[in-house]
Design a protein around this ligand. Structure first.
Ligand code: CUA
Length: 178
């Protein structure tokens, strides 16, 4: 079969670009360990607010000294509405929804994840600049969507105090093979 020279150039061009996409995805996933902000952990949305993996909502410190924030999205609020975390410290967020899909976004940072009923989204990030960060819902969820906001206060590391009602241990997360 005779293939025109220009046709051949385009075919090879497409093949090279596709190969580039696959290789860069593979490098990001396996080389740099970059994954979507989720770890396929499931939860019953009807009991999400009281589930030991999500309650109490808010800031806690685990036995290793790592800081966690648990947030449940409900129409039309984030529980809790406000959280205070230390600056320049890795913070692991655990996000879920009790009713419909919400979008958890910490404005002015790279902290963002879908809040999906039935799943716990998780991501770890840190905030180098102390201050107040607005938390919005970026997924349309109903008539009160525009009012669904919260506040993240990032305190200087040495003035931040761990919450006194810290949990003594982290509940086992039901992580499955990714
Ligand atoms: Cu919750 Cu939009």
């Amino acid at each position: 079969m005779k293939v025109d020279l220009y046709e051949r150039i385009w075919m090879w061009g497409v093949a090279v670009v596709l190969a580039g996409f696959f290789v860069s995805t593979a490098i990001a996933a396996y080389g740099s360990q970059i994954h979507p902000p989720s770890h396929i952990e499931t939860i019953d949305p009807r009991t999400a607010i009281t589930d030991p993996r999500m309650a109490p909502q808010g800031v806690s410190v685990d036995a290793d000294g790592r800081v966690h924030v648990r947030v449940v999205g409900v129409t039309f609020a984030w529980l809790p509405a406000e959280a205070t975390v230390p600056a320049a410290t890795p913070i692991t967020f655990h996000i879920t929804a009790a009713d419909v899909v919400h979008g958890f976004q910490i404005v002015g940072s790279n902290g963002q994840a879908m809040a999906i009923p039935g799943y716990i989204s998780q991501f770890t990030t840190q905030f180098m600049t102390p201050g107040e960060y607005l938390i919005v819902c970026n997924e349309y969820c109903g008539v009160g969507h525009h009012m669904m906001a919260g506040k993240l206060i990032v305190a200087p590391k040495d003035s931040w105090q761990a919450p006194s009602a810290s949990r003594s241990s982290e509940p086992e997360s039901e992580e499955v093979e990714e």
